[in-house]
Design a protein. Structure first.
Length: 332
């Protein structure tokens, strides 16, 4: 089965699961992506009929309970719907690891363009006057694409085994640097998405946080140009490069400021100036330094020196970019 046909069948199933009414073939044609559009010609009508008949037969063959009927005595043609009670699986019990794997798969599914197309079919049905049961409809939202613009091109390049180039902005570098990678895969780790691959310029495996990829990554070369290591464990690679030894960071925060920081900090006293002294634990010092710099004069890093210097460097670069070349506030 072609990918285009599989996508059309899934869109059709989603649309018919989301309504109690029978939906006519004409409305299905107008609302479900993938069918031959109506242009008034006999050729287009015949193409749609053949396609729709094949799709109905395919769904019934794989066990989808596609019902045919009419909503009222006045209907002049049959419509179609899927009985949700006959379609749903019985209750499934998963272990913790299985549930986590399903959850990750769902996040990947929700990032796909297919989810948006299926949801769009439901919207069109509702606009056409078909009663759509929101509670029965599948809650599909393309959430990851909005939050991580680099996700889709990186995922596709890794899937197709094509080389990838992109600009990567490290917090300790003034400008993004062009990177050329053989992408092995994309994985979520501690709430962030990472690309794992072989850096062609540095001749070694590297991990890239997708939120630091700037612009649009570009794939090049033929598909299947390389193979990842046979024993590759994406999560283990990320853990080895991202998770380091836990470090303690001591900061002074003005009263009432840095609310987000306080939620995970421990108050260990006050300074001579009346500021709150906060202790934070982190295994990703670079990320924490980025956050601390964003608070500007409301937060002063006391220790370690590495963290303090990192904040100073970031604020100094910011000062050079600002009109007049001065750091906002007193920079403490």
């Amino acid at each position: 089965m072609s990918a285009k046909r599989a996508e059309r069948l899934v869109n059709l199933v989603f649309a018919l699961l989301g309504t109690r009414q029978y939906v006519s073939a004409a409305r299905i044609r107008a609302t479900v992506p993938g069918y031959e559009a109506e242009d008034g010609t006999a050729r287009a009508d015949e193409a749609f009929k053949r396609m729709f008949e094949r799709d109905k037969a395919e769904l019934r063959e794989i066990g989808v309970p596609l019902e045919t009927g009419r909503n009222s005595f006045f209907d002049t043609e049959d419509g179609y719907r899927i009985a949700r009670t006959d379609y749903e699986l019985p209750e499934i019990t998963l272990t913790g690891e299985e549930a986590a794997a399903v959850g990750l798969a769902l996040r990947l599914w929700q990032s796909a363009q297919l989810a948006g197309a299926a949801q769009g079919a439901l919207v069109k049905l509702r606009a056409a006057g078909v009663e759509v049961d929101v509670g029965r409809a599948l809650p599909l939202q393309p959430r990851l694409d909005a939050g991580e613009p680099a996700f889709e091109p990186c995922y596709v390049a890794a899937r197709d085994r094509r080389e990838l180039s992109f600009d990567y902005a490290r917090p300790d570098e003034d400008q993004p640097v062009r990177r050329h990678v053989q992408p092995w895969g994309v994985v979520a780790w501690h709430g962030r998405w990472y690309l794992v691959g072989h850096d062609l310029d540095r001749h070694a495996p590297r991990v890239f946080r997708l939120s630091r990829v700037t612009g649009s990554p570009r794939a090049s070369g033929p598909a299947g140009a390389f193979e990842p290591p046979a024993d590759l464990d994406l999560a283990a690679v990320v853990a080895g490069q991202v998770d380091g030894e836990e470090q303690l960071v001591l900061v002074a925060a003005r009263p009432g400021a840095a609310v987000g920081l306080r939620r995970r900090a421990t108050v260990v006293g006050t300074t001579a100036d009346g500021d709150d002294r906060l202790q934070l634990r982190t295994t990703d010092l670079t990320a924490l330094v980025d956050e601390l710099a964003a608070y500007g004069p409301d937060v002063l890093v006391e220790a370690p020196a590495e963290a303090r210097q990192g904040v100073v460097e970031r604020l100094t670069r910011l000062a050079g970019m600002a009109p007049g070349g001065s750091v906002p506030g007193d920079a403490r």
